[in-house]
Design a protein around this ligand. Structure first.
Ligand SMILES: O=C(O)C(=O)C[C@]1(C(=O)O)C=C[C@@H](O)C=C1
Length: 123
């Protein structure tokens, strides 16, 4: 009944009355997580990339929406309110989830993500 769900937040809500499995507190984004070993052709690998990119797009859009909320809530928002300590902490936490990418690559990616979010929030 319950698919394997990777919940990076660890958040969970009440249990399913039928089987006792914890139900998510909020809607979960479910996405096929392909194993590289299962992909044998360019077409298969591209299809896997397309699925992952679709999930990334949904996550990036929602992240930008939440980051825009932070800009409205904190005393100085936007590019003027950039917080390098917080950005470092974000990258450090993400590096734990993606050790093979490495902290420096993640820092570049997250710098672009954060700047795009601030740009979108300013519109
Ligand atoms: O946490 C904040 O203070 C934010 O403004 C959000 C955010 C982010 O997108 O995660 C954006 C800019 C800051 O430099 C740090 C983090």
């Amino acid at each position: 009944m319950h698919d394997r769900v990777i919940d990076a937040t660890g958040a969970s809500g009440p249990s399913c009355p039928a089987c006792g499995t914890a139900e998510p507190a909020a809607p979960l984004l479910r996405v096929p997580l392909p194993s590289v070993e299962d992909l044998g052709t360019v077409a298969e690998a591209r299809a896997a990339i397309d699925g992952l990119d679709a999930a990334l797009a949904v996550l990036l859009e929602r992240r930008a929406e939440v980051a825009a909320l932070v800009q409205r809530l904190k005393p100085v928002g936007g590019f003027a309110g950039r917080n390098p300590d917080r950005e470092r902490a974000i990258v450090d936490a993400m590096a734990e989830h993606a050790p093979s990418l490495g902290r420096d690559r993640l820092a570049k990616i997250m710098n672009a993500v954060i700047e795009a979010g601030l740009d979108a929030a300013g519109r």
